[in-house]
Write a protein that binds this ligand. Structure first.
Ligand code: GDP
Ligand code: CA
Length: 323
């Protein structure tokens, strides 16, 4: 029986909080360790923005394309083998060309835009794209409301996260991350219910500030996590004192969080029960356990699906140790 035929509100055992690339790498392992029909992913939509008239949801699409084995491996986002006639043509007509959206990727985003204009929720549209790619797990946006994340720089500018990251190349003069839109949003349908009925909750090794932060900022989600009886296990996106990729170092520092597995564990400690981090940071084990967390250290640089599966199994086994 194909799980994609299941309804969107059937209860699932494993809930995973997710951003983009780090989450997608981890989820590749989760769906090898657990039947995909048992998994619900709650994805950050703070990076969403309209480009060239199309509603782009970077993290939802990275997760969906990666699990469908259709991600462009060179760029880490977009569809492999995609063409760029649309953005090139728009650029030659004088439009900004900094957001390189491929043609087929653009079509998916136009689908999203047209359906939103019909009054259909982002959760339903996300499920349409998920089914189109034959994925068995359920993918939920954190919210159906617009929740743009802004980055405030020391020069007074306030940039949408994608402008900060892609157009400006993630400068380091960050003063703060602004999650005020997420703080006024409502959770998407089913988000609170799946957290409530989860048996295990996993936190992807995603950027704590701009990927996991917006999810927690949506009113009701943090309360649902606190109320849940499921063990909650985080995975460190920081290995050996640095992120694998992306602006986590700058953004953590701006919030006063130490750029280490211990820093992330401390940042999450109020709402997680367990933590998985890299064996390179094994020396941090006593300090992480000292935060009251069950923890395990192993190779978490997910360069293959096998390593991703090991990380997922480690997170599930830490969860199994928590009462
Ligand atoms: P984004 O929205 O595409 O930036 O994706 P995420 O927020 O999900 O992921 C970004 C984070 O993933 C970065 O902080 C990276 O350090 C982390 N990351 C990427 N690949 C890996 C990996 O193989 N292992 C671990 N532990 N973290 C990773
Ligand atoms: Ca993202």
């Amino acid at each position: 029986m194909s799980s994609s035929a299941e309804t969107n509100d059937a209860p699932r055992d494993v809930v995973v909080l997710a951003g983009g690339v780090g989450a997608a790498r981890f989820l590749r392992g989760v769906v090898r360790a657990v039947d995909p029909s048992e998994v619900t992913v709650i994805v950050n939509t703070g990076d969403d923005r309209v480009f060239y008239g199309a509603h782009v949801s970077p993290d939802l699409d990275i997760v969906t394309y990666t699990l469908a084995d259709r991600i462009d491996p060179q760029r880490g986002f977009g569809l492999k083998g995609d063409r760029f006639e649309l953005v090139d043509r728009l650029a030659s007509l004088g439009h900004d060309g900094w957001f390189r959206l491929g043609d087929a990727d653009y079509a998916n985003c136009v689908h999203r835009t047209l359906r939103l204009a019909e009054g259909i929720g982002l959760d339903v549209i996300t499920d349409e794209l998920r089914r189109d790619m034959d994925l068995g797990l359920r993918i939920l946006p954190m919210s159906n409301d617009p929740c743009p994340t802004f980055i405030r720089l020391s020069d007074g500018r306030r940039l949408h996260f994608e402008e900060y990251l892609v157009r400006e190349g993630a400068p380091t003069n960050v003063e703060a991350t602004d999650l005020s839109a997420a703080m006024k949003a409502a959770p998407a349908p089913n988000v609170l219910e799946v957290i409530e009925s989860a048996k295990t909750i996993l936190v992807s090794p995603s950027n704590p500030i701009v990927s996991i932060g917006p999810i927690l900022a949506v009113p009701g989600i943090r309360e649902a996590l606190d109320a849940s009886r499921a063990p909650i296990v985080g995975v460190s996106p920081i290995i050996g004192g640095a992120p694998v990729k992306g602006p986590a170092e700058t953004l953590l520092r701006a919030e006063g969080v130490e750029v280490s597995a211990l820093g992330v564990a401390g940042f999450y400690r109020d709402w997680i029960d367990g933590f998985v981090f890299d064996e390179q940071d094994e020396k941090l084990m006593p300090a992480i356990e000292g935060l009251g967390l069950q923890a395990v250290a192993l190779d978490t640089l997910m360069l293959s699906a096998e390593i991703s599966e090991n990380v997922a199994r480690a997170a599930l086994s830490v969860a199994g140790r928590i009462k």
